[in-house]
Design a protein. Structure first.
Length: 261
C-alpha cells in the first residue's frame, strides 16, 4: 500500500492505513487514527497530527501520510573506537584493543536495541545501550556496515584464538559460523537480518604479537583503522525505510614495545 492520497482522501483509507478493517466504524478521534506515525509535514505541520483526545484535527492533515516509521540513528559520541594498547617487549602478557556494535530486534517494544563498547584489556569497557524505534511494521529489519575508503591494517601477528581478524570483513574470519557470532565474516555493504533472539555483532579486534620465551623477545603490533557507517533498514509496502549513523573512525592498535603510528 502506498502513502495516503493527496486528493480525494477518505476516512476508510486512513483507517486501513493505521491497521483498521476496511468498511468498519471509524472516527477521526480514534486513538489509532490520531496515532498516524509518519504524517507529511507539508499537510500536518511540523508538529504532526495532534494525539490529544477531542483536540482539533482535520482530515486534510492526513494527506500523503504513512503509518510506518523508523527513528533516526542515535549519536555514536559515546562509542570508544580509538584505542591503543602496548605491553613491554620482554613481557609474557598480551594486550588487546577492541570495539563492538551489536543489534537486536526487540519486537515486544518495537525498537532496535544496540549494544556497543570499545577499549582495551587494560581498562574497563563501558557497555552502552541505545535504541532505534519503529512503528507499524512486523517483518525483517536489516543492518549493514559500510566501509568508507580503504581498510588500512597490519593484523594477525598476535597469538590469539578469539577472532575476528582485525575487522568484520577480513577474509580469514569464519564464513561458516552463524552471522550472529562476532567472529563470523561480515562483508561491508551487505544487509544482515537483525535477530529477535541474540544479536548480530560487528567486532573490531587486534592483539599484541606473540612473545616467545627462551631468550627471544618479539616486537611489533597489530592494527586496523578505517571509517565506517551503520544502516538499519526495512521495506514496507514497497517503500524503503532506512536510518544511517554518522561516520565513525575506527583506530585500534596493540603492540609489544613502542607503537608505530
Amino acid at each position: 500500500m502506498a502513502r495516503l492520497d493527496i486528493t480525494n482522501i477518505d476516512m476508510n483509507e486512513i483507517h486501513v492505513k493505521v491497521g483498521g478493517t476496511s468498511s468498519t466504524q471509524v472516527s477521526m478521534n480514534d486513538t489509532d487514527v490520531r496515532g498516524m506515525a509518519a504524517p507529511d509535514a507539508t499537510y500536518a505541520g511540523n508538529d504532526g497530527i495532534s494525539t490529544g483526545n477531542n483536540s482539533t484535527i482535520a482530515i486534510g492533515e492526513f494527506r500523503n501520510g504513512e503509518h510506518t516509521s523508523l527513528d533516526n540513528f542515535f549519536s555514536l559520541n559515546n562509542w570508544d573506537t580509538f584505542s591503543h594498547r602496548t605491553v613491554a617487549t620482554n613481557s609474557s602478557s598480551s594486550g588487546e584493543a577492541r570495539a563492538q556494535m551489536a543489534f537486536k530486534n526487540d519486537t515486544a517494544n518495537s525498537r532496535i536495541e544496540c549494544s556497543y563498547y570499545g577499549g582495551t584489556d587494560a581498562n574497563y569497557n563501558t557497555v552502552y545501550t541505545s535504541y532505534i524505534n519503529y512503528t507499524g511494521y512486523t517483518g525483517n529489519i536489516n543492518v549493514k556496515y559500510t566501509t568508507s575508503g580503504n581498510v588500512v591494517s597490519d593484523t594477525n601477528q598476535g597469538n590469539y584464538y578469539y577472532k575476528p581478524y582485525g575487522w568484520p570483513g577480513n577474509s580469514q574470519n569464519s564464513t561458516t559460523a552463524s552471522y550472529t557470532t562476532a567472529r563470523s565474516k561480515k562483508d561491508s555493504g551487505t544487509n544482515y537480518v537483525i535477530p529477535t533472539s541474540g544479536y548480530v555483532a560487528f567486532k573490531w579486534y587486534v592483539s599484541t604479537p606473540v612473545w616467545t620465551s627462551g631468550g627471544f623477545q618479539s616486537t611489533g603490533q597489530d592494527s586496523v583503522w578505517h571509517t565506517m557507517t551503520f544502516t538499519v533498514s526495512f521495506v514496507s509496502d514497497s517503500v524503503t525505510y532506512s536510518s544511517t549513523s554518522a561516520s565513525s573512525r575506527i583506530e585500534l592498535m596493540a603492540g609489544r614495545g613502542p607503537l608505530i603510528v
